[in-house]
Write a protein that binds this ligand. Structure first.
Ligand code: RP5
Length: 195
């Protein structure tokens, strides 16, 4: 399954494999795909469940390196075996994203992914969207050691992030301006509807 956005960075020769335990994880994992897309890092997206499709998981993890994938981002929720099991079948770096679960708000996912016994590491990120975004940024930082264009894209991302923060030094003063912008956007939407 390739459910990533159809674009140049989601290509036939992916450097990063984004896998997730269920289609329900896409709401979180799409942020990893979007971030890689923004940085121009080629990637693929697949649903690979550790407990529902264990054979596919073994096949994916065992074949990834041969296909040219250089890093895997694995997102899963609950008893989240996917990142650890994937890491056990490949020497590629595996970054784990704990998906927020309904019952325990992702604490179960976080501990399942982070608490790997010594010997098979999984680089564990934060729970949910922040973790998915950071997994992509960390992947770019690691790939940047080999690909100068990815390092440069990451530098640009950081610069624009800094500029965004500096452009609103005082949110109390910015709030009326932002509210005005929202109101004027809503007005023009209404006008367009009437036309
Ligand atoms: C895990 O179980 C998945 O990673 C997902 O986060 C969770 C729930 O899956 P669904 O029941 O929504 O398919 O395997």
């Amino acid at each position: 399954m390739s459910n990533g956005t159809p674009n140049s960075a989601s290509s036939a020769k992916p450097l990063v494999g984004i896998i997730m335990g269920s289609t329900s994880d896409w709401e979180t994992m799409e942020h990893a795909a979007k971030t890689l897309q923004e940085l121009g890092v080629t990637h693929e997206t697949r649903v690979v469940s550790a407990h529902r499709t264990p054979d596919l998981l073994f096949e994916y993890a065992a074949e990834a390196e041969k296909r040219g994938v250089e890093l895997i981002i694995a997102g899963a929720g609950g008893a989240a075996h996917l990142p650890g099991m994937t890491a056990s079948k490949t020497v590629l770096p595996v970054l784990g994203v704990p998906v927020e679960s309904k019952a325990l708000k992702g604490l179960d996912s976080l501990l399942s992914i982070a608490q790997m016994p010594g010997g098979i590491p999984v680089g564990t990120l934060a729970i949910g969207k922040a973790g998915a975004i950071n997994a992509a940024l960390l992947a770019a930082a690691m790939l940047g050691n080999k690909y100068p264009e990815i390092r440069e894209a990451l530098r640009k991302f950081r610069k624009s992030q800094t500029e965004k923060v500096l452009s609103v030094p005082d949110p109390a003063k910015a709030a009326p301006a932002i509210a005005k912008m929202i109101a004027s956007a809503a007005k023009s939407k209404k006008r367009k509807k009437r036309a």
